[in-house]
Ligand binder design. Structure first.
Ligand code: NAD
Length: 313
Protein backbone atom coordinates (compact mmCIF):
# COMPACT_ATOMS: atom_id res chain seq x y z
CA UNK A 1 0.00 0.00 0.00
CA UNK A 2 1.34 3.42 -1.02
CA UNK A 3 0.88 6.64 0.93
CA UNK A 4 -0.46 9.72 -0.79
CA UNK A 5 -0.70 13.41 0.00
CA UNK A 6 -3.01 15.74 -1.92
CA UNK A 7 -2.59 19.45 -2.69
CA UNK A 8 -5.75 21.38 -3.58
CA UNK A 9 -7.94 18.95 -1.65
CA UNK A 10 -10.99 21.23 -1.41
CA UNK A 11 -11.41 21.76 -5.13
CA UNK A 12 -13.69 20.35 -7.79
CA UNK A 13 -11.37 17.64 -9.12
CA UNK A 14 -9.81 16.51 -5.82
CA UNK A 15 -12.54 13.94 -5.01
CA UNK A 16 -11.63 12.07 -8.22
CA UNK A 17 -8.10 11.77 -6.91
CA UNK A 18 -9.35 10.60 -3.51
CA UNK A 19 -11.54 8.02 -5.24
CA UNK A 20 -8.62 6.88 -7.41
CA UNK A 21 -6.37 6.51 -4.36
CA UNK A 22 -9.08 4.44 -2.64
CA UNK A 23 -9.96 2.35 -5.70
CA UNK A 24 -6.33 1.44 -6.26
CA UNK A 25 -6.10 0.23 -2.63
CA UNK A 26 -3.90 3.01 -1.31
CA UNK A 27 -4.00 5.53 1.51
CA UNK A 28 -4.28 9.31 1.79
CA UNK A 29 -2.22 10.39 4.78
CA UNK A 30 -2.23 14.18 4.41
CA UNK A 31 -3.97 16.92 2.45
CA UNK A 32 -3.43 20.64 1.90
CA UNK A 33 -5.76 23.40 0.81
CA UNK A 34 -5.97 27.10 1.60
CA UNK A 35 -9.69 26.59 1.81
CA UNK A 36 -11.04 24.44 4.64
CA UNK A 37 -14.21 23.17 2.89
CA UNK A 38 -12.85 19.66 2.83
CA UNK A 39 -15.51 17.55 4.57
CA UNK A 40 -15.36 15.32 1.47
CA UNK A 41 -12.19 13.80 2.93
CA UNK A 42 -14.36 11.93 5.47
CA UNK A 43 -16.07 10.02 2.68
CA UNK A 44 -12.75 8.56 1.61
CA UNK A 45 -10.00 8.90 4.21
CA UNK A 46 -11.30 10.02 7.62
CA UNK A 47 -7.88 9.52 9.21
CA UNK A 48 -5.99 11.81 6.85
CA UNK A 49 -4.28 14.86 8.33
CA UNK A 50 -5.31 18.21 6.89
CA UNK A 51 -3.50 21.53 6.65
CA UNK A 52 -4.46 24.98 5.41
CA UNK A 53 -0.92 26.33 5.63
CA UNK A 54 1.79 25.08 3.32
CA UNK A 55 4.54 25.40 5.97
CA UNK A 56 2.72 23.13 8.41
CA UNK A 57 1.99 20.63 5.66
CA UNK A 58 5.67 20.68 4.64
CA UNK A 59 6.76 20.10 8.25
CA UNK A 60 4.37 17.17 8.56
CA UNK A 61 5.45 15.52 5.30
CA UNK A 62 9.08 15.93 6.31
CA UNK A 63 8.39 14.38 9.73
CA UNK A 64 6.72 11.36 8.09
CA UNK A 65 9.77 10.95 5.85
CA UNK A 66 12.27 11.15 8.71
CA UNK A 67 10.35 8.81 11.02
CA UNK A 68 10.53 6.20 8.28
CA UNK A 69 7.85 4.07 9.93
CA UNK A 70 5.85 3.22 6.84
CA UNK A 71 3.87 6.48 6.72
CA UNK A 72 6.26 8.42 4.49
CA UNK A 73 4.56 9.88 1.45
CA UNK A 74 5.21 8.02 -1.81
CA UNK A 75 3.07 10.19 -4.09
CA UNK A 76 1.77 13.75 -3.98
CA UNK A 77 -1.38 14.39 -6.03
CA UNK A 78 -1.56 17.97 -7.30
CA UNK A 79 -4.99 19.53 -7.93
CA UNK A 80 -4.12 23.17 -7.34
CA UNK A 81 -4.63 26.03 -9.84
CA UNK A 82 -2.52 25.63 -12.99
CA UNK A 83 0.06 28.35 -12.28
CA UNK A 84 1.02 26.64 -9.01
CA UNK A 85 1.60 23.17 -10.47
CA UNK A 86 5.35 23.55 -11.10
CA UNK A 87 6.00 24.80 -7.58
CA UNK A 88 3.94 21.98 -6.07
CA UNK A 89 5.71 19.39 -8.22
CA UNK A 90 9.09 20.71 -7.04
CA UNK A 91 7.89 20.36 -3.47
CA UNK A 92 6.78 16.76 -4.07
CA UNK A 93 10.06 15.67 -5.64
CA UNK A 94 12.20 17.40 -3.05
CA UNK A 95 10.12 15.75 -0.33
CA UNK A 96 11.20 12.38 -1.74
CA UNK A 97 7.86 11.57 -3.40
CA UNK A 98 6.71 11.17 -6.99
CA UNK A 99 4.16 13.70 -8.25
CA UNK A 100 0.82 13.07 -9.94
CA UNK A 101 -0.12 16.37 -11.48
CA UNK A 102 -3.33 17.61 -13.06
CA UNK A 103 -3.50 19.19 -16.50
CA UNK A 104 -2.19 21.49 -17.82
CA UNK A 105 1.07 20.31 -16.36
CA UNK A 106 2.54 23.83 -16.59
CA UNK A 107 1.80 27.01 -18.52
CA UNK A 108 5.05 27.28 -20.50
CA UNK A 109 7.40 24.74 -22.10
CA UNK A 110 10.48 26.00 -20.26
CA UNK A 111 8.87 25.02 -16.96
CA UNK A 112 9.22 21.42 -18.17
CA UNK A 113 12.99 21.82 -18.55
CA UNK A 114 13.33 23.01 -14.94
CA UNK A 115 11.29 20.09 -13.67
CA UNK A 116 13.39 17.60 -15.65
CA UNK A 117 16.45 18.92 -13.83
CA UNK A 118 14.80 18.32 -10.47
CA UNK A 119 13.77 14.83 -11.55
CA UNK A 120 17.44 14.13 -12.26
CA UNK A 121 18.59 15.66 -8.97
CA UNK A 122 16.07 13.81 -6.81
CA UNK A 123 15.63 10.56 -8.75
CA UNK A 124 11.85 11.03 -8.38
CA UNK A 125 9.28 11.20 -11.17
CA UNK A 126 6.52 13.51 -12.33
CA UNK A 127 3.42 11.70 -13.59
CA UNK A 128 0.61 13.54 -15.28
CA UNK A 129 -3.09 13.10 -15.82
CA UNK A 130 -3.57 12.84 -19.60
CA UNK A 131 -6.77 10.91 -19.24
CA UNK A 132 -7.96 11.08 -22.84
CA UNK A 133 -4.95 8.97 -23.84
CA UNK A 134 -6.53 6.21 -21.78
CA UNK A 135 -10.02 6.52 -23.26
CA UNK A 136 -10.96 3.38 -25.26
CA UNK A 137 -12.45 5.42 -28.15
CA UNK A 138 -9.25 7.46 -28.47
CA UNK A 139 -7.05 4.36 -28.32
CA UNK A 140 -9.19 2.84 -31.08
CA UNK A 141 -8.89 6.00 -33.19
CA UNK A 142 -5.11 6.04 -32.72
CA UNK A 143 -4.91 2.47 -34.01
CA UNK A 144 -7.08 3.36 -37.01
CA UNK A 145 -4.88 6.35 -37.84
CA UNK A 146 -1.70 4.29 -37.44
CA UNK A 147 -3.10 1.73 -39.89
CA UNK A 148 -3.98 4.36 -42.51
CA UNK A 149 -1.74 4.99 -45.56
CA UNK A 150 1.40 7.02 -44.78
CA UNK A 151 0.26 10.05 -46.81
CA UNK A 152 -3.30 10.07 -45.43
CA UNK A 153 -4.46 13.23 -43.59
CA UNK A 154 -7.76 13.13 -41.77
CA UNK A 155 -10.02 16.20 -41.77
CA UNK A 156 -10.99 16.70 -38.15
CA UNK A 157 -13.53 19.08 -36.59
CA UNK A 158 -13.42 19.51 -32.85
CA UNK A 159 -16.17 21.41 -31.11
CA UNK A 160 -16.31 21.56 -27.33
CA UNK A 161 -18.73 23.80 -25.53
CA UNK A 162 -18.91 23.36 -21.81
CA UNK A 163 -21.06 26.09 -20.28
CA UNK A 164 -19.84 27.80 -17.15
CA UNK A 165 -21.74 30.28 -15.02
CA UNK A 166 -20.67 33.80 -14.11
CA UNK A 167 -18.37 32.44 -11.40
CA UNK A 168 -15.94 31.18 -14.02
CA UNK A 169 -14.54 34.55 -15.04
CA UNK A 170 -14.37 35.67 -11.39
CA UNK A 171 -12.30 32.63 -10.37
CA UNK A 172 -8.66 31.80 -11.07
CA UNK A 173 -9.92 29.89 -14.14
CA UNK A 174 -10.90 33.19 -15.75
CA UNK A 175 -7.52 34.76 -15.04
CA UNK A 176 -5.06 34.21 -17.90
CA UNK A 177 -2.04 34.48 -15.63
CA UNK A 178 -3.36 31.72 -13.37
CA UNK A 179 -5.12 29.34 -15.76
CA UNK A 180 -3.66 30.31 -19.15
CA UNK A 181 -7.17 31.08 -20.43
CA UNK A 182 -9.72 28.82 -22.05
CA UNK A 183 -7.46 27.18 -24.65
CA UNK A 184 -4.86 26.29 -22.02
CA UNK A 185 -7.26 25.34 -19.27
CA UNK A 186 -9.83 23.41 -21.28
CA UNK A 187 -8.27 22.91 -24.71
CA UNK A 188 -5.10 21.24 -23.44
CA UNK A 189 -6.97 17.92 -23.04
CA UNK A 190 -7.77 17.97 -26.75
CA UNK A 191 -4.47 19.27 -28.09
CA UNK A 192 -2.70 16.48 -26.24
CA UNK A 193 -5.16 13.92 -27.56
CA UNK A 194 -4.77 15.22 -31.13
CA UNK A 195 -0.98 14.98 -30.94
CA UNK A 196 -1.23 11.51 -29.36
CA UNK A 197 -3.48 10.29 -32.21
CA UNK A 198 -2.27 12.28 -35.23
CA UNK A 199 1.45 12.75 -34.60
CA UNK A 200 3.76 15.72 -34.90
CA UNK A 201 2.34 19.24 -34.82
CA UNK A 202 3.04 21.12 -38.06
CA UNK A 203 0.91 24.25 -38.00
CA UNK A 204 -0.93 26.25 -35.35
CA UNK A 205 -3.17 29.20 -36.26
CA UNK A 206 -5.55 31.08 -33.98
CA UNK A 207 -8.72 32.57 -35.48
CA UNK A 208 -10.42 33.79 -32.34
CA UNK A 209 -9.44 34.24 -28.73
CA UNK A 210 -11.51 35.73 -25.93
CA UNK A 211 -12.00 34.96 -22.23
CA UNK A 212 -14.99 32.72 -23.04
CA UNK A 213 -14.16 31.21 -26.43
CA UNK A 214 -11.31 30.39 -28.75
CA UNK A 215 -10.91 28.82 -32.16
CA UNK A 216 -8.17 27.91 -34.55
CA UNK A 217 -6.54 25.50 -36.93
CA UNK A 218 -3.98 22.84 -36.09
CA UNK A 219 -2.22 20.63 -38.54
CA UNK A 220 -0.57 17.37 -37.55
CA UNK A 221 1.29 14.75 -39.58
CA UNK A 222 -1.98 12.87 -40.03
CA UNK A 223 -4.72 15.49 -39.62
CA UNK A 224 -6.01 18.95 -40.42
CA UNK A 225 -8.02 20.12 -37.42
CA UNK A 226 -10.53 22.96 -37.14
CA UNK A 227 -11.23 23.57 -33.46
CA UNK A 228 -13.67 25.62 -31.43
CA UNK A 229 -13.92 25.84 -27.64
CA UNK A 230 -16.36 27.81 -25.55
CA UNK A 231 -17.70 28.17 -22.02
CA UNK A 232 -20.62 30.32 -23.25
CA UNK A 233 -23.97 28.55 -23.14
CA UNK A 234 -25.13 30.66 -26.11
CA UNK A 235 -22.75 28.74 -28.38
CA UNK A 236 -24.56 25.46 -27.76
CA UNK A 237 -26.55 24.57 -30.90
CA UNK A 238 -30.21 25.55 -30.40
CA UNK A 239 -31.63 22.02 -30.67
CA UNK A 240 -29.16 20.72 -28.08
CA UNK A 241 -29.95 23.60 -25.73
CA UNK A 242 -33.65 22.99 -26.17
CA UNK A 243 -33.07 19.48 -24.85
CA UNK A 244 -31.64 21.03 -21.68
CA UNK A 245 -28.00 20.23 -22.39
CA UNK A 246 -25.28 22.61 -21.22
CA UNK A 247 -22.43 20.70 -22.79
CA UNK A 248 -21.82 19.96 -26.45
CA UNK A 249 -18.90 17.82 -27.47
CA UNK A 250 -18.35 16.75 -31.05
CA UNK A 251 -15.34 15.37 -32.83
CA UNK A 252 -15.49 14.16 -36.38
CA UNK A 253 -12.73 12.66 -38.50
CA UNK A 254 -13.51 12.64 -42.23
CA UNK A 255 -17.12 13.34 -41.26
CA UNK A 256 -17.36 10.31 -38.99
CA UNK A 257 -18.24 11.04 -35.38
CA UNK A 258 -15.91 9.90 -32.60
CA UNK A 259 -17.98 9.16 -29.55
CA UNK A 260 -16.08 9.67 -26.33
CA UNK A 261 -18.62 11.34 -24.04
CA UNK A 262 -19.04 8.22 -21.93
CA UNK A 263 -16.28 7.23 -19.60
CA UNK A 264 -14.67 10.69 -19.61
CA UNK A 265 -15.10 11.11 -15.86
CA UNK A 266 -13.84 7.74 -14.66
CA UNK A 267 -10.38 7.93 -16.11
CA UNK A 268 -8.59 9.20 -13.01
CA UNK A 269 -8.62 5.75 -11.47
CA UNK A 270 -7.31 4.28 -14.72
CA UNK A 271 -4.59 6.96 -14.74
CA UNK A 272 -3.62 6.09 -11.16
CA UNK A 273 -3.50 2.38 -11.98
CA UNK A 274 -1.15 3.04 -14.88
CA UNK A 275 1.05 5.32 -12.77
CA UNK A 276 1.29 2.75 -9.97
CA UNK A 277 2.25 0.12 -12.54
CA UNK A 278 5.12 2.38 -13.68
CA UNK A 279 3.40 3.40 -16.92
CA UNK A 280 2.56 7.01 -16.04
CA UNK A 281 2.85 9.74 -18.67
CA UNK A 282 5.92 11.77 -17.79
CA UNK A 283 7.11 15.33 -18.35
CA UNK A 284 8.31 14.89 -21.92
CA UNK A 285 4.98 13.44 -23.03
CA UNK A 286 3.38 16.78 -22.13
CA UNK A 287 5.74 18.96 -24.15
CA UNK A 288 3.83 19.20 -27.44
CA UNK A 289 0.52 20.08 -25.75
CA UNK A 290 2.21 22.68 -23.56
CA UNK A 291 4.00 24.19 -26.57
CA UNK A 292 0.64 24.21 -28.39
CA UNK A 293 -1.18 26.12 -25.64
CA UNK A 294 1.70 28.56 -25.13
CA UNK A 295 1.67 29.31 -28.87
CA UNK A 296 -2.10 29.72 -28.92
CA UNK A 297 -1.90 32.22 -26.03
CA UNK A 298 0.71 34.31 -27.79
CA UNK A 299 -0.23 33.92 -31.47
CA UNK A 300 -1.56 36.83 -33.53
CA UNK A 301 -5.11 36.33 -34.81
CA UNK A 302 -5.06 34.87 -38.33
CA UNK A 303 -7.49 36.06 -40.98
CA UNK A 304 -10.41 33.77 -41.77
CA UNK A 305 -8.97 32.25 -44.91
CA UNK A 306 -8.34 28.58 -45.67
CA UNK A 307 -9.50 26.13 -43.01
CA UNK A 308 -11.41 27.62 -40.09
CA UNK A 309 -14.11 26.25 -37.81
CA UNK A 310 -17.65 26.97 -39.08
CA UNK A 311 -18.71 28.36 -35.65
CA UNK A 312 -16.28 31.29 -36.11
CA UNK A 313 -17.84 34.04 -38.15
P1 NAD B 1 -10.73 24.39 -7.96
O1 NAD B 1 -10.58 25.86 -7.98
O2 NAD B 1 -12.08 23.80 -7.72
O3 NAD B 1 -9.72 23.74 -6.92
C1 NAD B 1 -8.43 24.23 -6.70
C2 NAD B 1 -8.14 24.10 -5.22
O4 NAD B 1 -6.79 24.49 -4.98
C3 NAD B 1 -9.05 25.01 -4.36
O5 NAD B 1 -9.66 24.26 -3.35
C4 NAD B 1 -8.07 26.04 -3.82
O6 NAD B 1 -8.44 26.50 -2.51
C5 NAD B 1 -6.78 25.25 -3.79
N1 NAD B 1 -5.59 26.10 -3.74
C6 NAD B 1 -5.39 27.31 -4.31
N2 NAD B 1 -4.16 27.76 -4.03
C7 NAD B 1 -3.58 26.82 -3.25
C8 NAD B 1 -2.32 26.72 -2.63
N3 NAD B 1 -1.40 27.68 -2.77
N4 NAD B 1 -2.07 25.62 -1.91
C9 NAD B 1 -2.99 24.64 -1.77
N5 NAD B 1 -4.21 24.68 -2.32
C10 NAD B 1 -4.49 25.76 -3.07
O7 NAD B 1 -10.17 23.86 -9.35
P2 NAD B 1 -10.33 22.41 -9.99
O8 NAD B 1 -11.37 22.48 -11.04
O9 NAD B 1 -10.42 21.37 -8.94
O10 NAD B 1 -8.94 22.32 -10.76
C11 NAD B 1 -7.75 21.95 -10.10
C12 NAD B 1 -6.76 21.43 -11.13
O11 NAD B 1 -7.32 20.28 -11.76
C13 NAD B 1 -6.48 22.42 -12.24
O12 NAD B 1 -5.16 22.28 -12.65
C14 NAD B 1 -7.40 21.99 -13.35
O13 NAD B 1 -6.92 22.36 -14.63
C15 NAD B 1 -7.41 20.50 -13.16
N6 NAD B 1 -8.65 19.86 -13.64
C16 NAD B 1 -8.53 18.69 -14.32
C17 NAD B 1 -9.65 18.06 -14.81
C18 NAD B 1 -9.52 16.77 -15.55
O14 NAD B 1 -10.51 16.33 -16.14
N7 NAD B 1 -8.37 16.14 -15.55
C19 NAD B 1 -10.92 18.62 -14.61
C20 NAD B 1 -11.01 19.80 -13.87
C21 NAD B 1 -9.87 20.41 -13.40
Amino acid sequence: MKNFALIGAAGYIAPRHMKAIKETGNNLVAALDKNDSVGIIDSHFPDADFFTEFERFDRHIDKLRRENNGKQVDYVGICSPNYLHDSHMRFALRAGADAICEKPLVLNPWNIDGLQEIERETGRKVNTILQLRLHPAIIELKAKVAASPADKKFDVDLTYITSRGHWYLQSWKGDDKKSGGISTNIGVHFYDMLHFVFGKLQDNKVHFNSPTKAAGYLEYEKARVRWFLSVDVNDIPAEVRAAGQRTYRAITADGESIEFSDGFTDLHTVSYREILAGRGFGLEENRVAIETVANIRNAPISPLTGDYHPFVT
